[in-house]
Design a protein around this ligand. Structure first.
Ligand code: G3H
Ligand code: ZN
Length: 286
């Protein structure tokens, strides 16, 4: 069933596991993630960045594709369609209008007061329609789509500011930037666990960990134990998919039917997602 994130994240906090947000980039990603979640009997969040939505044909197309696949595959686990790093009030409203069940408003590049005002506006509209909202504070480093934050600009969120933002906006979940990075890590990630604990104590809302690719299992477990209930993964599936396409085409240089190389890529994404679901502990929690 298509649902918002609110219920699934509340259950995840109580059950001490995390729900994966897996970003979709095309049809094969969407198929793979839905099937992986169904087979693992796990709730799942389909992350859609503005760039990916545009690539696929717009918000309405994405919602139609997801709904049709869910019907075709008899998907019964809870599924949320979530705008990832929404960059403006207008884009959040457009996504909601198209049928997204959840949005992130990323006002992290604005000064705190502006971030709060912007996030508040989105929550006001989303509330009316039962759509969940995620906000961010601090700046997550690395590159995702058109969003690029270099190391010097990446910033750790300040717990007192997180408390203010969550209290004044009423968001359903919250992503404090605490050293995680979009894309592959250079060396081991250094996550700010002390601050994570403090932010959870102060805000009491489910926390979100962006840049889930390449975080070692012990850090994942520690984050979950401190209130992280949603973990975003994109690059890891992209790497699995690209490696498979490279391998298949290298082995069979005469191959040209896209189904013959995108099919195996889809299988690789599905296996990667199933592994993540088990690592996050959301299997059997649908
Ligand atoms: O918002 C999406 C994510 O934070 C994905 O990060 O590509 O490093 O897995 P990742
Ligand atoms: Zn992110």
């Amino acid at each position: 069933a298509l649902v918002s994130m609110t219920g699934m994240l509340q259950k995840a906090v109580e059950g001490k596991y995390a729900v994966g947000q897996f970003n979709i980039n095309n049809l094969e990603f969407t198929q793979a993630i839905l099937l992986a979640a169904q087979e693992e009997q796990s709730p799942v969040i389909l992350g859609v960045s503005e760039g990916a939505a545009k690539y696929m044909g717009g918000f309405k197309f994405v919602v139609g594709m997801v709904k049709n696949l869910m019907q075709e595959y008899n998907i019964t686990v809870p599924v949320a369609i979530h705008l990832d790093h929404g960059s403006s009030f207008a884009n959040c409203v457009k996504a909601i209008h198209a049928g997204f069940t959840s949005v992130m408003i990323d006002g992290s590049h604005h000064p705190l007061d502006e971030n709060i005002a912007l996030t508040k506006k989105v929550v006001e509209v989303a509330r009316i329609l039962g759509v969940s909202v995620e906000a961010e504070l601090g700046r997550i480093g690395g590159q995702e789509d058109d969003l690029s934050v270099d190391e010097a600009d990446a910033m750790y969120a300040i717990p007192a500011e997180c408390d203010r933002l969550v209290r004044e906006t009423g968001v359903d979940c919250f992503a404090p930037a605490l050293g995680s990075v979009h894309g592959p890590y250079k060396g081991e990630p250094k996550l700010g666990f002390d601050r994570m604990e403090e932010v959870m104590k102060l805000t009491g809302v489910p926390l979100v960990l962006h840049g889930g690719t390449g975080i070692p299992t012990h850090d994942i477990q520690r984050a979950i134990s401190l209130g992280t209930a949603k973990i975003n993964v994109n690059t890891e599936n992209q790497l699995a998919s690209a490696a498979t396409v490279r391998k298949v085409l290298a082995e069979k240089p005469d191959l040209y039917d896209p189904r013959k190389y995108l099919g195996p890529a889809r299988d690789a994404i599905k296996e990667t997602v199933k592994g993540k679901i088990r690592e996050f502990g959301s299997n059997g929690k649908a």
